[in-house]
Design a protein around this ligand. Sequence first.
Ligand code: AMP
Ligand code: GLY
Length: 430
Amino acid sequence: MKILVVGNGGREHALVWKIRQSPLAKDVYCAPGNAGMAGLADCVPIDTSNIIEVADFAQTISADLTVVGPELPMVLGIGDEFQRRGLAIFCPSRAAAEIEGSKAFAREFMSRHDIPSPRYVICSSREEADDAVEKGTLGYPLVLKVDGLAAGKGVLVVESKAEAQAAVADMMSDKKFGTAGAKLVMEEFLSGDEVSFLVFSDGSRVVPMVSVQDHKRVGDGDTGSNTGGMGTVSPSTSLSLDMHKQIMQEIILPTIGGLSAEGRKYQGVLYAGLMITDKGPRVLEFNARFGDPETQVIMARMRSDIVPILQGVAEGHLKESKIDWAKEAALCVVLTTRGYPDAPDTGQEIKGLDALQGLRDVMVFHAATGNRDGKVITVGGRVLGVTALGANLDAAVQRAYEAVKKISFDGMHYRKDIGQKALARLHAPR
Ligand code: AMP
Ligand code: GLY
């Protein structure tokens, strides 16, 4: 088969790495890819937001399957464009992807289908937002979200009325988020353990993946700005078998069924960002795509061939009812540039990559990397995802951090505590 992967992050490198292991994959292409993917696939310089050009390319090479990583082409309707041309694509339609594209739509959808969520208010104007802050019915801390894609940066948690007023002004009037700031969703703040729960769905059948825990804040001990994700661990140690069942019954199946019933048949990955509260699981958000860096640990643990699964989803006939997973634990530590997420300082040469090539239990997935004069350099905030498998979580943590120490670039930053919360839970007396 000829398979095209759209994207240039660590998630897409992990997908290409996994697809490459399939006996079904003959030619693999990436649009646009990165320095790491270039070793596994033919990279073509097409911007992911240029969905027509991507479709033209897929048509030219007669791609048997195209797999989309990032949210932007998805929300721009790349799924519909491929469908229209009769090209197979692993990506939900634009209508289905609205579950991620609009936080207001997603919240109203969850209310219609009784999917456990925090209390919320949707504000369509500055007046409505000011009014909601004045009434203060959701209490503090309060979560404010711009309605639209903001690359993980459109969410603020405020502690007081004064902070809420300032945040509303920032998010709605100053147009800091462009059109993404036209509507605002205010939510009750939930506490608990955060879990990423991803499933494959062909529109009716659903196959869950292993659970993952992301680390969203830039600094150790969950401090500093929210980011796209600084590291992941799988399995999550906060999901019991019963909780897994409850999530499937109360959240995942009603979402896939509800979308179908509303004429938004869901074919792709549904990624639920959940808070496990003391009252049960609650949806923080849905994403219509693989997570990044969730995919790095998921691919590291997946034993089944991924290609028939991707193909089954794309064609609407998912035959696999179960996926084989490694019993081992996996950890991914994201290495970022100085200044990430606000102002990444790029262009540094990355050293030490050769020492980590060809290892069985350590994979260095590239994200924002490029080439300059034959050297691998940093080209964006999240640079590499050092991923390791271990017989248990302790071993995975140790192996991943040993590998991290072999890599260096000027201004390199990473969290030193990825997996520590999960370990603490695992070792806590019961
Ligand atoms: P989202 O993009 O909606 O997932 O929000 C980004 C991050 O903000 C989440 O991963 C959570 O850490 C946090 N968050 C979002 N909504 C809430 C909420 N209602 N209560 C507590 N934290 C939240
Ligand atoms: N790691 C968070 C995300 O992919 O949205």
